[in-house]
Design a protein around this ligand. Structure first.
Ligand code: SAM
Length: 442
């Protein structure tokens, strides 16, 4: 399909990237009606039919949770699904520039908020560790700026397979599982550039210290509940066994109201909605932490601002895949509802965005960075790869308009007063937040 090349150019050399993929996960797809013969009986399908026969139909949220993160058979737990040979591709896997600009964002926020003596970089769902690797390369290159700052890396990851790959990417070592049962981290090590790094299964386990949080294509894999408006009111969508065809699943509507209906807004005007309570819990936790200790969170994902309806879809081998077919062999995802994330902040911190990826990366200086890399490269295939990667990230018909950036910041970051003032100083005016306005270096 495509050739791997080594992007070893420019000020910051980076590992090889896949050339342009067939499909990214931002495309819209609704569950189709695959014929039964295309439905192999996977171990996950057997597990789910047993569960449904024992306790009745399950919610879409329970289905997603089981299929993606069941500790024994979950799709994310033992798969490496990213990249050319996997099921889908993500921005950091397409271009090194993506992670480099995010690295600059964190340094810019660290500087704007008074250059704390230490910070944690916490990434939720780090995939193959590529994004964290690109960010750490920027931190190393800007070592003179960060030289008096103690940085540590904290990865929140449920996948055993991916955490092994992340360890190899970031530390070049295979890290054994932590033996100390009292430790909140399940793996610990040191990155190639000498920074302490730890892995956790849950955000709750990460130390509550001054942190910058990052979640790229993480919220879209969290389980959603789906609801359909009917003449009798809202009804939740469940998954049941098709009585006509053995080993086939189908969607059904609950006969009466279910507790999850409480998540639907009173003034909701759509006739189908998806709600992700897990996303709400994580946003509340991030907001509380940032309000308590400072720092910021940067969330990037495909999504909408409370306008879309049925976005639940599957991916397998870079193709759209019916969500109910061969569960456990394909990725499942739903667009992130940023209006819901904003509501879940509950005023504890300020939020910015969502803004389009194209605008965010432009504001972060992607054009200048591309030019530097192109000027340094005389290999035609490499130049072509850089240009194709740029087009994929920025083109409004590709990832440029489907992906969004959203940030959480302490209130004082936007209203001034984030650094200590002496009695003679007046309240400093806050610098603009990079990406959400044009980047200003001071
Ligand atoms: C779609 S991948 C995105 C990977 C990476 N951020 C990127 O953009 O390339 C989702 C990531 O979230 C992890 N993940 C999924 N559900 C999770 C959960 N409940 N808690 C922690 N990590 C989870 C997956 O194992 C994977 O690393």
């Amino acid at each position: 399909m495509s050739v791997l090349v080594r992007a070893g150019v420019g000020l910051l050399s980076a590992p090889a990237r896949a050339v342009i993929p067939c499909l990214w996960r931002g495309k819209y797809f609704s569950s189709g009606k695959e014929p039964a013969e295309n439905n192999p009986v996977t171990p996950m399908l057997r597990h789910l039919t047993y569960k449904i026969k024992s306790t009745g139909p399950i919610t879409v949220a329970e289905y997603m949770r089981e299929v993606l993160t069941n500790p024994a058979k979950g799709y994310y737990v033992y798969h490496d699904m990213l990249g050319e040979k996997g099921d889908f591709i993500t921005s950091p896997e397409i271009s090194q520039i993506f992670g480099e600009l995010l690295g600059i964002w964190f340094i810019s926020e660290w500087m704007a908020t008074g250059k704390s003596a230490a910070f944690q970089l916490v990434e939720l769902g780090p995939g193959r560790g590529t994004l964290a690797g690109d960010i750490l390369r920027v931190f190393s290159q800007l070592g003179s700026v960060l030289k008096n700052c103690d940085i540590s890396i904290h990865l929140v990851e449920v996948s055993q397979k991916l955490s092994e790959i992340q360890a190899l990417t970031l530390t070049e070592e295979k890290i054994p599982l932590e033996r100390n049962a009292g430790s909140p981290a399940y793996m610990t090590g040191v990155t190639k550039s000498g920074i302490p790094i730890s892995w956790y299964r849950d955000l709750q386990d990460v130390p509550k210290e001054y942190s910058f949080y990052l979640a790229h294509e993480f919220f879209d894999v969290l389980p959603v509940h789906k609801f359909q408006k009917t003449p009798q009111g809202w009804r939740e969508v469940f998954i049941d066994i098709d009585p006509q065809v053995s080993d086939k699943l189908r969607f059904v509507l609950a006969p009466c109201a279910t507790p999850a209906e409480a998540f639907i807004q009173r003034d909701e005007t759509r006739d189908h909605v998806e709600v992700c309570p897990d996303a709400g819990v994580i946003i509340q936790e991030l907001s509380q932490r940032i309000a308590l200790t400072g720092g910021a969170a940067l969330i990037a994902d495909y999504g909408h601002d409370g306008t879309k309806t049925d976005t639940f879809r599957g991916f397998c081998g870079h193709k759209l895949h019916d969500v109910l077919i061969a569960p456990g062999t394909a990725d499942l995802t739903a667009d992130v509802d940023f209006s819901y994330l904003r509501r879940m902040v509950q005023g504890k911190v300020a939020s910015l965005g969502p803004i389009k990826q194209q605008t965010f990366l432009k504001n972060m200086g992607i054009d200048v960075r591309l030019k530097v890399l192109l000027d340094k490269s005389d290999e035609p295939s490499l130049r072509q790869q850089l240009l194709q990667g740029y087009d994929m990230l920025m083109n409004p018909r590709k990832m440029g308009e489907r992906f969004n950036f959203f940030a959480l910041l302490p209130h004082q970051r936007l209203h001034g007063g984030s650094r200590q003032m002496n009695a003679h100083e007046s309240k400093p005016s806050p610098s603009p937040v990079a990406g959400f306005g044009e980047l200003v270096w001071r």
